[in-house]
Structure formats: C-alpha cells, structure tokens
Design a protein around this ligand. Structure first.
Ligand code: B1M
Length: 636
C-alpha cells in the first residue's frame, strides 16, 4: 500500500496494514528556512523533499497560505474569502462592489463600497510574524464594527459568485502523488454563523453581537448561506476526494450550546452530502475539545485532524480513542510541545511515545501527526525518532496492552473545584447579585440606582452584590458550568452599572484593589484567553491596563515604570513565543524593576514548571485561577 492508500483507507475506517506518520512541517520549515537553521542534511530542500527524504508521508490538510499564485489572492482574507491552489473554487465579487486597497507598512486596509454601504478591514503581516513561521495575517480591524455594517456584508455575500477551479487542484494533487492525500479546503469556518464569528468580528465582540443583535445577526448569517451552498455544490462536483470543512473548534470559543446550534447542522449536512458522493470530510479540530467530544462524534465527519491531546489540552489520547475510535478517524495525537527541549525532556518524550502506542491500540482509525504542527524550535531528532518508532511498531493491529498512564498523570482531566457559595446577602443585594449573574446591564443599572436612592451603601452594593457575583461566575467558569459569553456579559453588565455607582464610591473603595498590567507577548496575536483574564480581573475589582497583543519586552518595561502595577500578566499561546516571557522578565531585572512586581504567566502551552524556570512568580491555567492567584498575592 502507498501512503496515499493507507491514509484514504484509514480515513474511511477501512482496514490498513500500518500506521501512517505525517508530521505537518510548514510552520517549522518557514521559521527555520528564514533563519537559516534547517538541519544541515536538509539545507536547500523544500518541506516535501525533507519529508520524502526522511520517509514520512506528506501532510496536505492545512493549505499553504503563504504560497499563493498571485499576491491579489490574499486580499480578501479578512472577510473569510480565500483563493488557493488547495481549493476547488474561486470567487468573484459582485460587479457593483468597488474595492479600495491602501497599503500602510505591514498593514493592508481594504474598503468594500457596496450599494448598501461600505465596510473596512485591516490586516497585518509583519516581518516578525513571517520569521516566526506564521502563515496567516492578523486582522487588526474587523469588518463588523456595528449593526450598520451588516447590510454591506450581506450584500457582498448574497451576490458573490463562485466558479470551479478543479484543474489547479488536480495538478497540485498530482505533485503529491502516492506520498500523501491532497485535501481541498472549503473554508476555515464551518457554517455561516461560524464565518461571522471567525472572520467578521473580534473574538470577544462576537459574543456581544450574538447576544444583543440576534435578529440582525441571524439575517446576516442567512445572507451567507448562498455562498456556503455554492461552495458545497462545487466541492461535491469537484475532483477532490478529501475535504477540509472548518477549523479551530474549541469548547470555550465555540462552546457546546453554540456548536450544537450554529455549527453542527452544517457539519451534518455537508458530511452526509460528501458521504453520498463517496467523499471524505474532515475538520481541523486543534482546540480544546473536552466539551465537544459528543457533538463532534455526532457531526458525521470522517476525521478530526490536528487532535492535540493532554498534556497540552484536557483530553487524554485514550479518551479520544475511546469516544471516537469506532466513529471517526483521529489524525494527530502528539502535542507539539513534546518536541521542545524546554517543555519536555527526553524521558518524558519517550514516555509519551510508549503511552501513544498503547492508548490507540489496536490502531485503526488513527493517523500519527504532531498537533497542530511541528513548532519552529522542535528537536528534529525527536521527529525522526517518532518516525522510526512508527516504522518499527506501527504494523496493524497494534499489540493491545495494559494502558500505561504518563508518569505523575492520572490520565484524567483536572477535577473542577467546588463552587463557593456566595456570602449570605440581604435580599436587595441578592437581587443585584442575580442581575450580574444574568448579565442584564440595563436591569442591573436600574436596580443599583434604586438601591442608592433607598440609601444603601455604595460599597455594599459593589462588594456584596456585584463583585461577589463576579466571583461566583469565576468559580463557575473554573468548573466549566459557564462559558465565555456568560463571563463577558456579566462583566459588561457590571461595568454598565458602575457608571451610576462610581460617583458614590469613596476613593478608598475604588483604590482598594490592585493594578494589573497585562499583555500577549511579542510575536503572538492570540488574545481571547488574555481578554477573558482581563475581564474577570476587572470584574472582581482589579484595575487592569491591557497592552494588547504582540507586545515587546521594552514596552512592558516602559509601562511598568509608567503605571506602577502590582502585578504583571504575560500571556502566550505559542511555544515559539513562550521564550519572550523570559525575555520580559530579564528586561525587568536589567531595569531593576523585577522585585517591585509579581509576575503571572498563562496561556495554553505554558505550565507551572516553565513558569518556575523563567523566574515568574506564578502560573494560572485558566482565568478563574488567575483571579484567585492575583487575589492571593494582593491580600498577602
Ligand atoms: Co492558534 N494556535 N495559531 N490561532 N490557536 C493554538 C494556540 C495551537 C495550540 C493550536 C494547536 O497546536 N493545537 C497552536 C500553537 C502550537 C504551539 O505553539 N504550541 C496554534 C498555532 C500554531 C497558530 C498559528 C502559528 C497558525 C499558523 O499561522 N499556521 C497562528 C499564530 C499567529 C501568531 O500568533 N503569530 C495561529 C493563529 C490563530 C488564529 C488567529 C486563527 C486564532 C486566534 C484568534 C485570537 O486569539 N484572536 C487561533 C486560535 C483560536 C487557536 C486555538 C484553536 C484556540 C486558542 C483560544 O483562544 N482558546 C488554539 C488551540 C489551543 O489552545 N489548544 C490555537 C480559548 C481561550 C479562552 O483559551 O487562550 O488557552 P486560552 O486562555 C485560557 C488559559 O490559557 C488562561 O486563561 C484563559 C481563559 O481560561 N490564560 C491565562 C491565557 N492567558 C493567560 C494569562 C494569565 C493567566 C492565564 O496570566 C497573565
């Protein structure tokens, strides 16, 4: 069997003779070829040549976003329109739409003038992002600023035309030959509403629009349906056998109730249409899937690609296999941080490999890969060793054996904590507490005003009513009983009511809590988690100064001098940007500022050990625990 045969039969759930190993090399390759640090034996080679020389199958699921046929093809990505050789259709904007493009340094601003108004987007792709291997630009200005932008976007998508481009896809597919399987990308969003969430809005703003403008947002989603229907039809009629439909599901961002309502129906519709034509559909499921296991299983997709298990996320590999092994193919299985010398030593890496072969026994419906991709500083010899072990031990069925947990690991996701009951409030304060929990800003503001009029102490309303509710929300977030939208809506309600409360608070009440300076480190544009941490810290009374994303060490130092925070919070989601946290701490030491502040680090790849190694004072795995740690520091 060729690699192509094995991948196809594994995806279809048919018998195969061996496990296939397909490390995704693009990020690693882009960063190391730019820095001139490719392994000497692979110098001058392309990623495919490297994989072939090592005897690995080619990973052809995620498109090569950087390698476009014409520069113009990247222009409309900020509204979620892609044109790539890995696609089987391209798009034509409606003739009445005038497109204005302005290039300002690393930033591209585009305005779409439509008969129903204009919308503007801006995206950035910096030299630093290129050096770090990133292949997608960062959207610095989203298309949807307010409901006034809905009609223009609706017009754009209602009138867009798609046409087939199967020939380019076929020639790309021929280049891959028997060494892999060409996967055709339909889009990174899985449904019209997911498209709006991913592409048109800032990740946190989406939840406000979703709550406040349900009717308008739903109408906009309906306007996107013709685009999705055309994309489905053209892909069904195309030569592609394997299709990538949707990416980056995560049980915080696409929380279960939302996934079920807005994403699942489209996955089910598309997967059954593809099945009926003998095609295979997969999704790039690189996020935290703990709360989505059953829903993804119910989606009808053939495979979940980029599966990144515990210890990088909460779900252990054996749990994935137990839930999904008879329903869909798991592609991935090796969390990328195990390839990094800083995150895992040789013994831990070997222990994980021993564990892997047992966790997926008997090995059907499993394709070995690094999830979501090989990081730039990966120890290349570990990649090679994994390949050798797959070669040596990968004959199917794998020898089943007693499953061995990782050293020090119970194999179970961390237990949630018990929620603390709110302090027994008087009835009126209990009502305040409830309105914060419900996230009802106008009702809360009215109630706070009434209580002030009745002579209630402003500080009681704040502390016993509002802040205690945010603590409850924080605890519920830790235990997984509420998701991001609830936290954001509660925090927004609290901030709205603070407008009437603040003039009545004494300066002591207002200055009672600490100042936190927070930011995502240089080279990293992930901000959803940092924003949640910020919101929750503000919710319990901290003054938070958010420096945003991609923040240089020098900027952190300047701001520590200027703002005199008690706590500095650093967030990083990439293993490539984790070392920036050390750089910030060293810069603070050099500036003689280190002893003045407590430093907290967090973000998916960060762990306690790393925090200690770089000299941070603490690490928090989630926003609720970040609040607990900040409070502990501040009260000690
Ligand atoms: Co990216 N991405 N991404 N991504 N992305 C990850 C992080 C990744 C882990 C996926 C994977 O491998 N499974 C992977 C990193 C691998 C690694 O290095 N170890 C990855 C990659 C590779 C990339 C790109 C390089 C992809 C590419 O270009 N080929 C690129 C990088 C761009 C760059 O930064 N230069 C990229 C881009 C993107 C999008 C733009 C598409 C999008 C980000 C949108 C945005 O942030 N505005 C995105 C997303 C959404 C993800 C996943 C799927 C979800 C991240 C998220 O927001 N989770 C992610 C998968 C994963 O994390 N497993 C992935 C929800 C959020 C609430 O959780 O951020 O963990 P989290 O925050 C938690 C805690 O960590 C903690 O509290 C939060 C709330 O409880 N926390 C702190 C966070 N910061 C804290 C600070 C604290 C304390 C606690 O103290 C100060």
């Amino acid at each position: 069997m060729t690699y192509r045969d094995r991948i196809l039969s594994t995806l279809r759930g048919e018998e195969s003779d061996r496990l296939v190993y397909t490390p995704r090399l693009d990020l690693w390759y882009n960063a190391n070829s730019a820095a001139g640090t490719l392994p000497a034996r692979h110098s001058g080679r392309s990623p495919d040549e490297i994989a072939r020389a090592e005897g690995w199958a080619l990973h052809k699921v995620a498109p090569d976003f950087l390698n476009v046929r014409k520069p113009e093809e990247t222009l409309h990505r900020a509204v979620g329109l892609y044109s790539l050789k890995e696609m089987v259709f391209s798009f034509e904007l409606p003739g009445e739409v005038e497109v204005e493009v302005v290039q300002e340094g690393d930033q591209t601003r585009i305005t779409y003038h439509t008969p129903r108004g204009a919308v503007t987007t801006a995206s950035t792709f910096s030299a630093e992002m290129r050096r770090s291997g990133t292949s997608l630009s960062w959207i610095s200005e989203h298309a949807l600023k307010g409901p006034e932008d809905y009609p223009a976007l609706a017009y754009l998508f209602e009138n867009i035309n798609l046409r087939p481009t199967g020939d380019d896809f076929l020639s790309w597919s021929e280049d891959i030959g028997p060494d892999g399987v060409a996967c055709a990308m339909v889009g990174l969003a899985a449904s019209p509403m997911h498209h709006i969430q991913r592409e048109f809005l800032d990740a946190t703003d989406f939840y406000y629009h979703y709550h406040d403008n349900q009717k308008e947002l739903r109408a906009l989603a309906e306007s996107l349906e013709p685009y999705y229907e055309q994309a489905l039809r053209l892909t069904l009629d195309s030569p592609a056998q394997v299709i990538l439909w949707g990416a980056n599901y995560d049980d915080m961002i696409t929380y279960p109730a939302y996934f079920q309502k807005e994403i699942l129906p489209w996955l089910q519709k598309a997967s059954s249409a593809f099945k009926a034509r003998g095609k295979i559909m997969l999704c790039h499921c690189d996020g935290e899937n703990q709360g989505l296991l059953e829903l993804i299983a119910a989606s009808g997709i053939h495979a979940a690609e980029a599966i990144c298990p515990h210890p990088m996320t909460k779900v252990p590999l054996e749990e994935y296999y137990r839930h999904w092994g008879d329903k869909l193919t798991i592609w991935g299985g090796v969390p990328s941080n195990l390839l990094l010398a800083d995150s895992a030593d040789e013994e831990e890496f070997e222990a994980y490999l021993n564990h892997l072969f047992q966790a997926v026994a008997p090995g059907h419906r499993f394709i070995v890969s690094i999830a979501d991709c090989v990081p730039p500083q990966a120890v290349f010899e570990r990649l090679v060793r994994l390949g050798e072990r797959v070669e040596k031990e990968g004959r199917l069925p794998l020898e089943a054996g007693a499953f061995r947990p990782l050293p020090g690991d119970t194999g179970k996701a961390p237990e949630g904590r018990q929620e603390k009951p709110p302090p027994p409030p008087e009835e009126a304060l209990a009502a305040v507490h409830q309105e914060v929990l419900r996230g009802r800003g106008p009702e809360l503001t009215r109630l706070v005003q009434e209580l002030l009029d009745q002579g209630f102490e402003a500080s009681d309303i704040l502390k016993k009513g509002m802040l205690s509710a945010m603590e409850t929300i924080g605890q519920r977030f830790i235990t997984g009983d509420v998701f991001i939208p609830e936290v954001l809506l509660s925090a927004r309600a609290l901030n709205q009511a603070l407008v009437v409360l603040e003039p009545h608070l004494t300066s002591r009440d207002q200055e009672a809590d600490g100042r936190v300076l927070i930011g995502t480190v240089f080279g990293d544009v992930h901000d959803i988690g940092k924003n949640i941490v910020t919101t929750m810290l503000k919710g319990v009374g901290f003054k938070v100064i958010d420096l945003g994303i991609n923040v240089l060490a020098e900027k952190f130092v300047q701001e520590v001098v200027a703002r005199k925070p008690h706590i500095l919070g650093l967030s990083a989601l990439l293993t490539t940007t984790m070392p920036q946290m050390r750089t910030v701490i060293e810069a603070l030491e050099e500036a003689g500022l280190r002893s003045r502040i407590k430093i907290m680090v967090g973000g998916a790849p960060v762990n306690d050990r790393f925090a200690r190694e770089i000299g941070a004072d603490g690490y928090a795995p989630n926003a609720g625990l970040a609040v607990e740690l900040a409070k502990k520091w501040f009260s000690s």
